[in-house]
Design a protein around this ligand. Structure first.
Ligand code: WQD
Length: 326
């Protein structure tokens, strides 16, 4: 029995594949390689190149492999881009998910895991975000993740599937330099890019109601995120009939932008003093997870700290940018 992993050649997906292999769980990867890289996949992993929108392809994959469950990671994930291209984001993230769910239900698949996001919360005005915190997404990206959770829940109930949606908080780091995130769309790689081009990192606002005035986030190592997926797979394997979960994946520890810059400066040996500029629209002051429910339901807790996230991300950055000196 195999697990189909959509988006398995992506930054998160490749780490999940690695964790599933360590657990000895056979996988089949479906990826359109729009951002995925087949070189990220271990030798011997079956890669089907194609779109989650292609129902015939999905039916073929389900027919050719005894599918025990599906991990749906494939999605577009840039908040800013989703504001400019909502129709593309709803097509890829909602219609793509719908087609995968439809093919899985038709094939009698009993277990489904969705990659969701803390972006579903929008601007939560709480110290820590629990899964009961009201969801008010601020971007089409966040909306597609929330709609996706509703779709997964409804399909699970109608088609006898156990379901888990995992809400990633701020993911960083890499299990190996080769698996690092090549995208420069989030704080850590954006700071690296500034530093290695001789410019000061930008701090988007220092007048927030936080201890040092900069935004606070819950950073989580991608290897921890991958292990959380394996913990969810174990639960779905054991209890498909009484599993309908939506779980935060975070450390429950808030780290500010300025604190992240301090760590980056320490790890890289570069002067990471930030240049404060205007706030970025839509940024909440604080988004920090309560990770109590995932610990209770799956027995999962994060292992890695921020220093390990930054050190591994920096090693990946240097691999991809050989001129980057420490
Ligand atoms: C983090 C903090 C910025 C760059 C995103 C999206 C979504 C989700 C989580 C997947 C913010 C500040 C950033 C810079 C800065 N991922 N910043 N200078 O916006 O918290 O959430 O990641 O689901 O992609 O919701 O992440 O890394 O963009 O920003 O000051 O050069 O760093 O203002 O406060 P964000 P981010």
């Amino acid at each position: 029995m195999s697990w189909v992993i959509t988006g398995g050649a992506g930054y998160i997906g490749a780490h999940v594949i690695r964790a599933m292999a360590k657990e000895g769980i056979p996988v089949v990867v479906l990826d359109d390689l729009s951002t995925g890289d087949p070189d990220r996949l271990p030798a011997g992993v079956t890669l089907v190149t194609g779109s989650t929108l292609d129902r015939e392809l999905l039916d073929r994959v389900m027919a050719e492999h005894e599918v025990e469950g599906v991990l749906h990671i494939a999605a577009k994930k840039q908040v800013g881009e989703s504001v400019e291209q909502p129709l593309r984001y709803y097509r890829e993230n909602v219609e793509g998910l719908r087609v995968v769910l439809e093919a899985a239900a038709a094939a009698g698949v009993r277990r489904f895991l969705l990659s969701s996001s803390a972006a579903v919360y929008g601007m939560p005005d709480v110290e820590t975000v629990t899964e009961d915190t009201p969801c008010a997404p601020m971007s089409p990206y966040g909306e597609t993740k929330l709609v996706g959770e509703w779709l997964v829940k409804a399909t699970g109930r109608a088609h006898n599937m156990g379901t888990v949606s995992l809400r990633y908080f701020n993911v960083a780091g890499a299990a190996t330099p080769e698996l690092s995130d090549p995208g420069v769309f989030n704080l850590v790689p954006m700071v690296f890019e500034r530093l290695t081009s001789g410019r000061a990192p930008l701090v988007f606002g220092a007048d927030y109601p936080t201890a040092d005035g900069t935004c606070v986030r819950d950073y989580i190592h991608v290897a921890d995120v991958a292990d959380a997926h394996v913990a969810a797979v174990r639960r779905l394997r054991d209890r498909p009939d009484d599993t309908e979960l939506v779980l935060n994946i975070g450390r429950g520890v808030g780290v500010s932008v300025r604190e992240m810059l301090d760590v980056i400066g320490r790890v890289t040996g570069l002067d990471a003093t930030g240049e404060v500029v205007a706030r970025r629209a839509g940024d909440p002051a604080r988004v920090v997870a309560s990770a109590d429910l995932i610990a209770k339901e799956l027995g999962w807790t994060a292992d890695y700290d921020v220093d390990e996230m930054i050190a591994s991300a920096w090693a990946g950055w240097q691999l991809r940018h050989p001129s980057a000196e420490s």
